[in-house]
Design a protein around this ligand. Structure first.
Ligand code: AHG
Ligand code: MN
Ligand code: MN
Length: 338
C-alpha cells in the first residue's frame, strides 16, 4: 500500500517531471536524458536477470583499456547505454570505462547540451557468481562552444556534476539518483510486474555514525602504515565507536556503497603497491558515488582531499576512495592526512 509520500506508486518518470516544474526555464532536455538512462537500465536489468539462461555469462575474450577481461554483459550494457542514451540527442559526447577514448555521437544523430561518463557494469568479476552488480552514471553540462563535445567537456571536477546515480541489480533492481544542490538522493525499485521504477527510498540520508567497514583486506600487505592503522583501528576499539566494526565487502562498488548508504559505514579503496593511486576510476566510479554520498549527508575523500574537488587530467584516472558516514570518514581522514 502506498503512503502519502508516493512510496510504492510514484514512478521515476513522474518524479523527475515534477522536479522539472521547479525550474521554469528548463526545456526538458535533462528530464529526457534521465528518462533514457532509466530505459537503458530496464533493458540491462532484463538481460542480467536471465543471464544464465541466454548464454550471456562469461568472457568476450577481449581486454578493456584497464587491462581487465571484458565480460559479455559488460559489452551488452556498454552498447545499450551508447545506443539508448547516447543517440537520443541529449548528449554531445560520452565516456565509458570500457572505451579508451571519448565516444563521439555519430554524424546521423543530433547533439545535446550534456556530457555523460559511465561504468556500464560495475562489479563484473561478480557476474558469473550471481552476486550483485550495477551501472554508474555521471552527468555534466557541456562547456565547450562547438557542436561536438570535447575531452575538456569530459574532464570536469565531480563538484560540477548536475546529476549522478547508479542502478543496482541485486535482490531487486534499484535506481538511485541525485541532481545535487539539496534536491536529495532518491531510490526507485523496478517492479517487474508493471515494468516501472517506483519510488521506494525517498530522500535517503546516510546514518551519521556507521557500524560497518568495507575494504579488500587481502591487500593488507600492499598498504602503507597509515592505511593499516585505519583498518586495525576499525577492527579494534581505537575508533569513534569504541568497539569493532563488522566487515562487509562484496567487491562491487555499487553494492558495497548502496549497503553502506542505507546502513551507515565506511568503504575504502586505498592506494596499494599494486594500485599506487588507488584502483577506482575517478570519473566513472569515485566522483558519482562521492556526489551521492555528500548529497545524502556523507563524506568522500581521497585521504588528502575531497573527491569532488579533484580535477581529472585524463579519462581513466584512478583515485583512492574513502566514502561513507561522516563520523567514520572524518576519523579515517585525520589518520591518513597526519
Ligand atoms: P569493474 O567491475 O567496473 O571493473 O569495477 C570493479 C571495481 C569495483 O566495483 C570494486 O569496488 C572493486 O573493483 C573491487 O576490487 P577488488 O576486487 O580489488 O577488491
Ligand atoms: Mn566499476
Ligand atoms: Mn565496469
Amino acid at each position: 500500500m502506498a503512503g502519502p509520500s508516493g512510496v510504492g506508486t510514484r514512478t521515476f518518470s513522474q518524479h523527475i517531471a515534477d522536479r522539472q516544474k521547479g525550474f521554469p526555464e528548463a526545456r526538458g532536455e535533462f528530464t529526457a536524458l534521465l528518462q533514457e538512462i532509466m530505459v537503458a537500465a530496464k533493458v540491462i536489468s532484463r538481460e542480467v536477470r536471465k543471464a544464465g539462461l541466454i548464454d550471456a555469462l562469461g568472457l568476450t575474450g577481449r581486454m578493456n583499456i584497464q587491462g581487465e577481461a571484458v565480460q559479455i554483459l559488460d559489452e551488452f550494457a556498454n552498447e545499450t547505454i551508447i545506443r539508448n542514451v547516447g543517440h537520443t540527442g541529449h548528449l554531445c559526447v560520452l565516456s565509458s570505462e570500457e572505451n579508451a577514448e571519448p565516444i563521439p555521437i555519430p554524424d546521423q544523430y543530433p547533439r545535446g547540451g550534456y556530457v555523460m561518463t559511465f561504468d556500464p557494469l560495475d562489479g563484473s568479476s561478480n557476474i558469473d557468481g550471481n552476486v550483485s552488480i550495477g551501472t554508474i552514471f555521471s552527468i555534466h553540462r557541456k562547456r565547450s562552444s562547438g557542436t561536438d563535445g570535447t575531452l575538456e567537456d569530459l574532464l570536469q571536477a565531480g563538484r560540477d556534476q548536475v546529476a549522478a546515480g547508479y542502478i543496482i541489480y541485486g535482490s531487486s533492481t534499484i535506481l538511485v539518483y541525485s541532481t545535487g544542490r539539496g534536491q536529495g538522493v532518491h531510490g526507485f525499485t523496478l517492479d517487474p510486474t508493471v515494468g516501472e521504477f517506483l519510488l521506494s527510498h525517498p530522500d535517503i540520508r546516510i546514518p551519521t555514525d556507521g557500524r560497518i567497514y568495507s575494504v579488500n583486506e587481502g591487500n593488507t600487505g600492499r598498504w602503507d602504515e597509515k592505511t593499516r592503522k585505519v583498518v586495525a583501528g576499525l577492527k579494534g576499539s581505537d575508533n569513534p565507536r569504541g568497539e569493532p566494526y563488522s566487515t562487509r565487502y562484496i567487491g562491487s562498488l555499487v553494492a558495497d556503497f548502496h549497503r553502506n548508504l542505507l546502513y551507515g559505514g565506511i568503504f575504502l579503496y586505498p592506494p596499494d603497491a599494486k594500485h599506487p593511486t588507488g584502483k577506482l576510476r575517478l570519473l566513472s566510479e569515485a566522483a558519482p558515488m562521492s556526489f551521492l554520498a555528500e548529497e545524502a549527508g556523507g563524506k568522500a575523500t581521497t585521504g588528502r582531499e575531497r573527491v569532488l574537488d579533484v580535477v581529472p587530467k585524463e579519462l581513466h584516472e584512478r583515485v583512492p576512495l574513502i566514502v561513507g558516514s561522516p563520523r567514520e570518514v572524518e576519523w579515517a581522514e585525520r589518520i591518513l592526512a597526519s
